[in-house]
Design a binder for this molecule. Structure first.
Ligand code: SF4
Length: 260
């Protein structure tokens, strides 16, 4: 995933996964003098929740002597997630996580690009991956299942070093190493379909250990049989950011809520 010379941006929310990730990567990085790290925290604007994670991320990055940057939805989009959620609910839409994920992804890519990062590492783990696979299958979203290929340099390549590591193993690592992390759940987490899938997969994993890993490896085999999704990247006609469609997904969300 990584080369011996990188400027590596790491997305750090302050939760156990991302704090463990920056901890592990900083230990490895010590052996590679041509690797630089920068921690990026996105402040979505979730009142009473996000502040704690940002402080933990900032303090731990300082402790590891890693540059840390925070970027907010408010400064980037003009709205906090709370404001976006309120508007979505007025329109009868309660799946806030779906909005948050797309909006955060765009902010992270812009920040990684603006800080000249060569890779963007996120703390997605095996549980996240298994959930995403099942969600795409249940939604019938074939495009999400296909590998993507684009020749554009405008997307900073993403790496997911914990992709084959169970969430509970990461939690164990964080506890055993005495790492600081935010344990309170996001107030919107219960609204997502992902949450229902998580509960289902956890029950299945309990009854059939190894099932999450099997799901991922089966998916990889299937993916190799599917045609790679090649697409060209243009510019979003609203924000000018890279997009394979006329309007990028983040702007589509804001437009559907009459926020742009
Ligand atoms: S739980 Fe949902 S709303 Fe909360 S930070 Fe995660 S994706 Fe965003």
């Amino acid at each position: 995933m990584l080369k011996t010379a990188e400027r590596l941006a790491v997305a750090v929310s302050g939760g156990k996964d991302s704090i463990s990730l920056i901890d592990v990567l900083s230990r490895i990085e010590k052996h590679f003098p041509n690797v630089e790290m920068i921690a990026i925290t996105v402040n979505e604007g979730i009142s009473g929740y996000r502040e704690e994670g940002i402080k933990i991320a900032a303090d731990y990055a300082r402790q590891l002597n890693i540059e840390h940057k925070v970027i907010s939805f408010k400064s980037f989009y003009g709205y906090t997630l709370d404001e976006i959620a309120q508007r979505a609910r007025e329109l009868g839409n309660y799946s806030i996580c779906a909005y948050c994920g797309i909006l955060r992804r765009k902010v992270l890519n812009v920040m990684a690009r603006e800080t000249s990062a060569t890779k963007l590492a996120t703390a997605h783990n095996l549980d996240d991956e298994a959930q995403s696979i099942l969600m795409s299958l249940l939604r019938g979203d074939i495009n999400e299942l296909r590998q993507e290929s684009n020749l554009s340099k405008v997307f900073v390549p993403r790496v997911k070093p914990f992709i084959t590591t169970l969430e509970k193993e990461i939690a164990l690592y964080a506890f055993l190493n005495g790492l600081p992390f935010q344990s309170a759940p996001c107030p919107y987490a219960g609204t997502s379909m992902r949450n229902e899938i998580r509960r289902f997969l956890n029950v299945m994993e309990e009854e059939h250990p190894g099932m999450k890993f099997t799901l991922r490896s089966t998916f990889s085999k299937l993916q190799s049989l599917l045609k790679v999704r090649e697409y060209s990247i243009g510019q979003c006609e609203i924000c000018g950011e890279p997009s394979s469609k006329k309007v990028c997904r983040a702007c589509q969300i804001l437009r559907s809520l009459d926020l742009i």
